[in-house]
Design a protein around this ligand. Structure first.
Ligand code: NDP
Length: 451
């Protein structure tokens, strides 16, 4: 028997764990995909003989580098930067940059792995990558953030390019950071190209990019409900996070007639039984982005709201749940609490916010459950459209982009149904997303031979 022949699931996962020691997030992400792919590959000899799953779970390359910068007090600070170029079978590497103290190689490899399937699901020609640093922007002055971004880009620029690898934002990287990094890229290379997405509107950014991930996640939720003859209107939603994805998800739920009752940050969550109206969402956006404040202050600002320090919102009764903060923020017990409290649908705005055991609870209970790679793909999809606009040196109107985003999310929903419909009225969206994303990348890899 050739080594490539039908290795079983457990042997495959043991190999992944052996080759990636101390990388729990990465092995978790691979396992979640492999659980579905093994069945799908059963009768597909080419995937086995060409070792596609083994190859797809090994990044093309991981670049790691030192980032030195000087703080306002004149101290020299040293951070580590990374870019994980996971897979470019269907297009240039594409994926965000995360600046957060929890960033390490395991986290970025899991994100780049997920990104590869997510990008395939959008139907746009984008490969998968992810990068970032353990730099913590919290509490830093604008000038400190600028100096860090410039130093980070002084190394990163040699690994990226409009047709090579196009980073974007993620946790801790918003419009301010993208601006500083684009400025430095342009200064070093003298090239004005679409090398980053999430840019400001004045210099090549796309309308609705800031809104796209959160809006897209709610569009996906809307499609799941529609598939069951239901709608967002009149539903109560619990949301975690209070950053880019969370605030825009809250905005779209509200626009569609739903009521959002929680938001959170790493300090805890706020519960507002009256509902977080558009006016209150605007306050959160300004408070978190411009004033760089904490969500706890919401409870001082708005009567009737309570702050729950160090807690997560999953025990609050709801119809819909949207985890939009970070990975592994919804565990097995919390998944059980959601199901017991009558939650009918979960859409992941964040990447891998539900633990593996938590996803098994949702699957077992057969509630609607959209994994991040499907539900939060709206952001990268509009980033793909930003790349097209930059290449063509044009910009589409807001209404056109809104429609394109909705079409793309409906397309992703359709692809999930194609591979996830279990025939008894239940759609396994995790399985559907994994298989649809995998198949596209795998078939491109087969076409290239052994490279
Ligand atoms: P932001 O930095 O704008 O917001 C992150 C939010 O999550 C903040 O409220 C933050 O709280 C909270 N948070 C971060 N880390 C933790 C933690 N360890 N525990 C509890 N809360 C935490 O990031 P985004 O909104 O852009 O990203 C949120 C998620 O969505 C991430 O998983 C990201 O990968 C994913 N995503 C983002 C996309 C985008 O377009 N931005 C696209 C697709 C996915 P605090 O202020 O206390 O840090």
């Amino acid at each position: 028997m050739a080594v490539s022949d039908h290795v079983d699931f457990n042997t495959f996962m043991e190999g992944v764990k052996r080759r990636n020691p101390h990388q729990p997030e990465f092995t978790q992400a691979v396992q979640e995909v492999a659980e579905d792919i093994f069945d799908f590959m059963e009768d597909k000899e080419a995937y086995h003989s060409q070792q596609i799953l083994r190859r797809i779970s090994e990044p093309d390359r991981v670049v790691s580098f030192r980032v030195c910068w000087e703080d306002d007090a004149g101290n020299i600070r040293v951070q580590r930067g990374w870019r994980v170029q996971n897979n470019n079978a269907i297009g240039p590497y594409k994926g965000g940059l995360r600046f957060h103290p929890s960033v390490n190689e395991s986290v970025l490899k899991f994100l780049a792995f997920e990104q590869t399937f997510k990008n395939a699901l959008t139907g746009l020609p984008m490969g998968g990558g992810k990068g970032g640093s353990n730099f913590n922007p919290k509490g830093k002055s604008d000038r400190e953030v600028m100096r860090f971004c410039q130093s980070f880009m002084t190394e990163l620029y040699r690994h990226i390019g409009a047709d090579v690898d196009v980073p974007a934002g993620d946790i801790g990287v918003g419009g301010r950071e993208i601006g500083y990094m684009f400025g430095q890229y342009k200064r070093i290379t003298n090239h004005f190209t679409g090398v980053l997405t999430g840019k400001g509107m004045e210099y090549g950014g796309s309308m609705i990019r800031p809104e796209a991930t959160g809006y897209g996640a709610v569009y996906f939720m809307q499609e799941m409900l529609k598939h069951r003859g239901d709608e967002v209107k009149g539903k109560t939603a619990v949301i975690s996070g209070s950053g880019n994805v969370a605030t825009h998800a809250a905005e779209k739920i509200t626009q569609l007639g739903g009521k959002v009752v929680t938001m959170s940050d790493s300090g805890g969550f706020i519960h507002d039984p009256d509902g977080i109206s558009q006016e209150k969402i605007d306050w959160i956006k300004a408070h978190k982005t411009h004033r760089r404040g904490r969500i706890s202050e919401y409870a001082d600002e708005f009567k009737g709201a309570t702050f729950h320090e160090g807690k997560r919102p999953w025990h609050v009764k709801c119809d819909l749940a949207l985890p939009c903060a970070t990975q592994n923020e919804l565990d097995e017990a919390e998944a059980r609490a959601l199901v017991a409290n009558g939650c009918i649908a979960v859409a992941e705005g964040a990447n891998m916010p539900t633990t593996l055991a938590g996803t098994h609870v949702f699957k077992h209970a057969k509630i609607m459950f959209a994994p991040g790679k499907a539900a939060n793909a709206g952001g990268v999809a509009v980033s793909g459209l930003e790349m097209s606009q930059n290449s063509e040196r044009r910009s589409w109107k807001e209404e056109e982009l809104q429609q394109m985003l909705l079409d793309i999310m409906q397309g992703i929903h359709g692809r999930c149904i194609a591979y996830g419909d279990q025939g008894d009225g239940y759609v396994d969206y995790v399985k559907g997303a994994n298989i649809a994303g995998f198949k596209k990348v795998a078939d491109a890899m087969l076409a290239f031979g052994v490279v």
